[in-house]
Ligand binder design. Structure first.
Ligand code: MN
Length: 251
């Protein structure tokens, strides 16, 4: 029969689940319960996804506006789970960044992309841009620099242009290590882009601290072109800024 204590526990955990939904509580009986976090579960699943090759690369083409020709592509990670199907990036990328798994994921993706492109490089325009989204976690040591060196060494010189896109989800600190890292990447010929430009607070800090080659105007602004006067003014300002700083715009 349910003890008084057991009922109170059940009530307590039910309230916790209500407050904090990503937590599962399974009652085995009145006094025994299994309590595990959805976050931890997803993290384990993500680790497995990396090891078992469930992560796929999707390519978003980049076209030159004046010629209409293909000039590059952004490589994007997609997760096809064997049971849950396709998991949207906004469900697992923040988790991958928090847990640090993003570094292994990015390395795996860069190697997959190199494998795919290396035998097709003659089909692509010279200096084909290959862009990857980079997390601040990946800039804590020199692993990213080594991976970029490895990536570029697989192609004839000048045949690909490696671009790293800095997102504003995690702040890139302009400490000595990051500044040295970006300088060495720059010497290696790697270009830097600010992703989702116009949405974050750190944009100005990035522009001041780092050598930025591309500004990627956020989709939220691009979608509003021709629809709303305030947004079109903002876009005009962003374009003006990019021109003054001699940066290429990606929309
Ligand atoms: Mn991006």
């Amino acid at each position: 029969p349910p003890s008084k204590h057991g009922r109170r526990l059940k009530l307590y955990y039910a309230s916790q689940v209500a407050i904090n939904p990503p937590t599962f509580v399974v009652f085995v009986n009145d006094m025994t319960l299994v309590h595990f976090s959805y976050q931890r579960y997803l993290e384990n699943q993500l680790r497995k996804a990396i090891d078992e090759g469930q992560l796929e690369v999707f390519y978003q083409p980049k076209l030159c506006l004046s010629t209409g020709k293909l000039v590059g592509a952004e490589a994007l990670i997609r997760w096809r789970h064997p049971v849950f199907g396709e998991i949207p990036p906004d469900r697992f990328i923040p988790l991958a960044e928090e847990s640090g798994l993003i570094c292994d994921m990015t390395v795996q993706m860069m190697r997959k992309v190199a494998d795919l492109l290396v035998c097709r490089i003659e089909l692509l325009p010279k200096g084909f841009h290959v862009a990857f989204n980079i997390s601040a976690t990946h800039c804590k040591d020199n692993a990213l620099l080594h991976e970029c060196t490895r990536f570029l060494s697989r192609f004839p010189t000048g045949s690909v242009q490696l671009v790293l896109e800095l997102t504003e989800r995690q702040l890139f600190m302009d400490d000595d290590h990051v500044l040295t890292l970006f300088k060495r990447l720059n010497e290696l010929g790697v270009k830097l882009a600010i992703d989702d430009f116009g949405t974050g607070n750190s944009t100005h800090a990035y522009l001041q601290s780092f050598h930025i080659d591309f500004l990627k105007i956020d989709r939220s602004f691009v979608n509003l072109i021709g629809k709303e006067s305030v947004s079109s003014h903002i876009i005009e300002n962003l374009i003006d800024l990019a021109n003054r700083l001699n940066q290429v715009i990606v929309a």
